[in-house]
Design a protein around this ligand. Structure first.
Ligand code: FBP
Length: 552
């Protein structure tokens, strides 16, 4: 098989590990930290997790705390949900961590996500299997999937498979929902006295699985740097050709962390932040106004070009659209069978229009047909609309175009508006992990292995001090239950890890807010360029601006 020169160089890359993990296994210990937990737990959560609640945060240190049990462990791992750069290094780190605990330890991978456990579809991950995946992007070593492990039957089946295969522990590499499910499974395993431990690892490019102790989810660094490179290139093209407005939608679901990080990196003319839109209760018209105002101001300077960043989840953040989407979700959920009998889009749209109340039906009918069609497409496993499949950037382009044409006719706009639209998402999810993600992921994996050897159950692998050099990082584990709150899901109060949305009072947003007025009118583009894998640390090892600002 032919491999690229970069791929062969990346095989030689040795991820940096924190000093704490460089210690020999005899010296390493898990110290119970007295740091307070994330949230004040409700009585309901305490009742739901009687066996795993109340555990302390653990930190690995030399010569202190609970020592690792030095026996061969048999551990299984799954990848859950969307791809994120660095997943292969988590698996490699887990393998290395388990071998450090005992050279006869074995690692297994269930294929294609949680569904692989239920199908008992498992392979052993030996050094020969793992080595060609070190420091590479993708999840192809064992594949991923979006099946949810959440019902009692599924837990029972998981316990059976683990007993049959004589496995000690499961590591779930996933986002907020998968880690929530990891906590519920950990509680089940303890209640049923199966002896199986469950450990989570924080993954998602969206950056919305973070908190005081889980400082970042892996993959966010590489994905946002990949998009920022592309946006910088487009900005330079826009400034060279001086004829297009580029509307760029960015992945991230309901959180705008990716859009915000890319804005800080590239200084576009406009960047919409969903969290601000929903906080201020902005309407679609107001957002269009904001973009139109910028276009008109720039046109007056003779600058008929620009860059607009649009977060993927914007459509759901606009209160009127959110109400419409929720009403459609409810109707589709309640009438699933009947809706499936409606074969043409026209029939579906007519039925929905009849069922919606007057205001929502009016809003639905004013949307372009393509957007209406997208709003009626299949839901994800949680019954939510798949925001990556809604062309919000095109909706904005259409509305801006219409408004500018009206203004032109009325004599209040004398510029030109030609546009291009883009969607960046899949381009960044499987990139070669940046040095940050390569190092972070190997550390997360090793830490997960050590947590298992120290007897932890229901913990998420967590590394503190990420804005500092990797040698100073603080590996450890946070009890997942300590990160939970109660939320209504499908009409039922459910324990969940709260999604970390952009905090408009925190430094990353405030820094953006202070500068955006200048960026809107002047051409202030910043060009981050491609991710650098080699070279001075200030170029090759820098974490995201979001992380630097949050911890400055
Ligand atoms: P996770 O939440 O599973 O990490 O996935 C993130 C994501 O990339 C979102 O940004 C995007 O909306 C979604 O996955 C796309 O899903 P799919 O891969 O199923 O098209």
């Amino acid at each position: 098989m032919s491999i690229s020169p970069l791929q062969s160089e990346r095989y030689r890359y040795e991820p940096k590990v924190p000093e704490a993990l460089a210690e020999s296994i005899e010296k390493l210990g898990a110290v119970e930290s007295d740091e307070p937990l994330e949230t004040e737990l409700s009585d309901e959560i305490k009742r739901m997790f009687p066996h795993t609640v109340g555990r302390p945060i653990l930190r690995f240190r030399a010569g202190e705390g609970r020592a690792a049990e030095q026996r061969p462990f048999r551990v299984a791992v799954i990848l859950s949900g969307g791809q994120a750069p660095g997943g292969h290094n988590v698996i490699a780190g887990l393998f290395d961590g388990l071998k450090k605990v005992h050279p006869d330890s074995q690692l297994f991978g269930f294929q294609n996500g949680p569904g692989g456990i239920l199908d008992d579809d498992c392979v052993e991950l030996t050094a020969e299997v793992i080595d060609p995946y070190r420091n590479t992007g993708g999840f192809d070593i064992i594949g991923s999937g979006r099946t949810k492990l959440e019902s009692e039957d599924q837990f029972k089946r998981t316990a059976e498979v683990f007993r049959k295969r004589n496995l000690d522990a499961l590591v779930i590499i996933g986002g907020d929902d998968s880690n929530t499910n990891a906590a519920v499974l950990a509680e089940y395993m303890e209640r049923e006295q199966t002896g199986v431990q469950v450990i989570g690892v924080p993954k998602t490019i969206d950056g919305d699985l973070k908190s005081r102790y889980v400082e970042a989810s892996f993959g966010f660094d590489t994905a946002s740097k990949t998009y920022a490179e592309l946006i910088g290139n487009i900005a330079r093209d826009a400034n060279s050709a001086r004829k297009y407005w580029h509307f760029i939608k960015l992945m991230g679901r309901s959180a705008s962390h990716i859009a915000l990080e890319c804005a800080l990196q590239t200084q576009p003319n406009v960047c919409i932040i969903s969290e601000e839109v929903s906080e201020k209760g902005q309407t679609l018209d107001e957002i269009v106004d904001q973009i139109v105002t910028t276009i008109v101001r720039r046109a007056k300077r003779g600058d008929n070009f620009g860059v607009v960043l649009v977060p993927e989840g914007l459509i759901e953040a606009i209160p009127e659209m959110n109400a419409l989407i929720s009403a459609i979700n409810e109707l589709l959920g309640e009438n699933e069978r009947y809706f499936a009998t409606l074969k043409t889009f026209e029939d579906q749209a007519e039925w929905i229009n009849k069922k919606l109340d007057r205001d929502r039906s009016y809003l639905f009918s004013t949307l372009p047909t393509e957007i209406q069609r997208q709003l009626l497409m299949d839901r994800d496993p949680h019954g939510n609309v798949q925001v990556s499949r809604i062309d919000t950037e095109r909706l904005l382009v259409d509305m801006v175009d219409t408004r500018l044409n009206e203004m032109k006719t009325g004599g209040s706009f004398h510029g030109r508006f030609s546009h291009q639209d883009h969607f960046f998402g899949y381009e960044g999810r499987c990139a070669f992990p940046s040095n940050f993600d390569a190092d972070y992921c190997r550390t997360l994996g090793m830490t997960a292995g050590l947590l298992i050897a120290c007897g932890a159950n229901g913990y998420i692998s967590a590394v503190g001090g990420l804005a500092r050099p990797s040698s100073e990082w603080k590996p450890g584990g946070v009890p997942i239950v300590g990160m939970m709150t109660m939320e209504k899901r499908k009409g039922k109060p459910t324990p969940v890890i709260e999604k970390a949305l952009v905090d408009t009072s925190d430094k990353p947003f405030r820094s953006f807010e202070q500068q955006r007025e200048t960026w809107a009118v002047e051409t202030s583009y910043r060009y981050p360029g491609a991710i650098q894998y080699f070279g001075p640390p200030e170029i090759a090892d820098q974490p995201t601006l979001t992380l630097q600002l949050e911890h400055s």
